[in-house]
Design a protein around this ligand. Sequence first.
Ligand SMILES: Nc1ncnc2c1ncn2[C@@H]1O[C@H](COP(=O)(O)OP(=O)(O)OP(=O)(O)O)[C@@H](O)[C@H]1O
Ligand SMILES: [Mg+2]
Length: 255
Amino acid sequence: MTPVLEAVGLRKTYGAFVAVANATFTVRPGEIVGFLGPNGAGKTTTIRMITGLLRPDSGQVLVDGHDLRREPMAAKAVMGYVPDTPNLYGKLKAVEYLRFMAQLYRVPRTVAEPRMRSLLDLFELTDAAGNTLDSFSHGMQQKAAIAGALIHEPKIIFMDEPTVGLDPRSARLIKDLMIRQRDNGQSVFFSTHILEIAQHMCDRVIIINKGEVVADASVSELRQVKGDQSLEDIFLELTGDGEIDDMVAELSDGA
Ligand SMILES: Nc1ncnc2c1ncn2[C@@H]1O[C@H](COP(=O)(O)OP(=O)(O)OP(=O)(O)O)[C@@H](O)[C@H]1O
Ligand SMILES: [Mg+2]
């Protein structure tokens, strides 16, 4: 089966600083992939490269077989993207925003309208659909952004920390949505710091540390390799912070 995403040897530097070194990974159709790593590890940088917002120094991105650099329209037509902070057109009403996104992705109006209504329903935004986005709370904006990213039924949706700032019910909606995507044979690639979500939701996790991919496996595979530890233990070990307990002990000794 053709992967829906292939990232090959992605590299991004800022001056002498290597933000992402040589990131290579794939996402298959119908797969939920969690992208984990400490603050500053290179997650957002990588997501911005695979969505075409940031040009890598080197490397290649294929989305559903389309080279993002040579066929950007074809590649972007099959992806959705939700950035880490929703950055919406505040003066638009939610319903106008969704119509705008539908037009951008050339979804015919007869298809877009019922889809829009079902997304607004799913995200419990129907009552607020006539209000401008700048009147929305953070969580409502986040949900509107996700609805907008789904209006063209992308084969893969990229979400950068989608559950940050969401209440438990809204976070649950996002999780249900990911499962819905997978059930439809569509893929989800999302970054998160919430290991519990990664552990429960993901078919596979990719861990990045200091710009290098240090793990790419299912949670159960990782556990087999690492001796049945929790994902948290594995994460802390792979990202070099396994000594946190020692450091905390040392702090208390010194107190
Ligand atoms: N425009 C930029 N100029 C200079 N350095 C940058 C720039 N963008 C990112 N970086 C650096 O690249 C590294 C990776 O940043 P990135 O935002 O990708 O991390 P992240 O894994 O998303 O972290 P977080 O979990 O905090 O969101 C960081 O050290 C950051 O300071
Ligand atoms: Mg980030």
